[in-house]
Ligand binder design. Structure first.
Ligand SMILES: [Zn+2]
Length: 65
């Protein structure tokens, strides 16, 4: 199955690809780097400040097979 790398848009084989859905290690690392540097919004549960917020269910990501 061919997936499109969400980082660079390059088509990559997903079967046997440990870096899927990315095309390779580089794109995966770049994506992780974005998480670390805060390029993505990471939902935080500030329960110690405000307790009327809904708890974020784990794995609510839109990632689908
Ligand atoms: Zn890529």
């Amino acid at each position: 199955m061919i997936l499109k790398c969400p980082r660079c848009g390059k088509e990559a084989e997903s079967i046997g690809n440990p870096y899927r859905p990315f095309c390779g290690e580089r794109c995966k690392m770049l994506d992780l780097g974005n998480w670390i540097t805060g390029a993505y919004r990471i939902p935080t549960t500030s329960t110690d400040e405000d307790e009327d917020g809904e708890p974020a269910p784990p794995g609510k990501d839109s990632e689908k097979e």
